[in-house]
Write a protein that binds this ligand. Structure first.
Ligand code: THU
Length: 153
């Protein structure tokens, strides 16, 4: 038996084509790039979440002299959200860097975990300096995510 997965995603060659709320969130993430501490990779990433009540929070990647000890922008932000806004639902997560930036594998797992916990889809906007990719759910970025308690085969 062969099963199939299908991935629908939006592609916007210019940020100006997106709805106002998404443009705003991408701008917030782009602004957060300037707060990155990335002297080792020289790669700055900004992340921003919009909750369903409209609140926006941002963060950025932070590196360590013990290089792998740093944290990606998305994961740092989601862990902060879990600690400080545990009751709130994230509607959209935006990630921006100067080159098109799609989340690493570890971040996909953490975004998918968050989506699972809150039980509503998290839209993800992945932006470069001009273009943006949009997916409607974290699940589509990480099919077969790891779970401690698998429910189906
Ligand atoms: N990085 C992020 O912040 N998010 C990603 O999705 C990929 C990578 C950071 C980690 C590290 O500080 C730098 O980018 C280079 O890998």
């Amino acid at each position: 038996e062969t099963r199939h997965l299908n991935l629908d995603y939006g592609y916007y060659s210019d940020r100006s084509e997106l709805p106002e709320e998404d443009r705003q969130l991408l701008e917030a993430a782009a602004k957060a790039c300037s707060t990155a501490y990335a002297p080792y990779s020289d790669f700055r990433v900004g992340a921003a979440v919009r909750f369903d009540d409209g609140e926006i929070l941002t963060s950025s990647n932070q590196e360590s002299e013990a290089f792998p000890s740093g944290i990606c922008a998305e994961r740092g932000l989601l862990y902060f959200v879990q600690a400080n806004r545990p009751q709130k639902k994230i509607r959209t997560l935006a990630i921006v860097s100067s080159t098109e930036c799609t989340p690493c594998g570890a971040c996909r797992q953490v975004i998918a975990d968050t989506e699972q916990r809150q039980k509503t889809p998290i839209r993800i906007l992945m932006g470069g300096s001009r273009s943006t990719i949009v997916v409607e759910s974290a699940q589509s970025l990480l099919p077969f995510r790891f779970t401690l308690t698998p429910t189906k085969d």
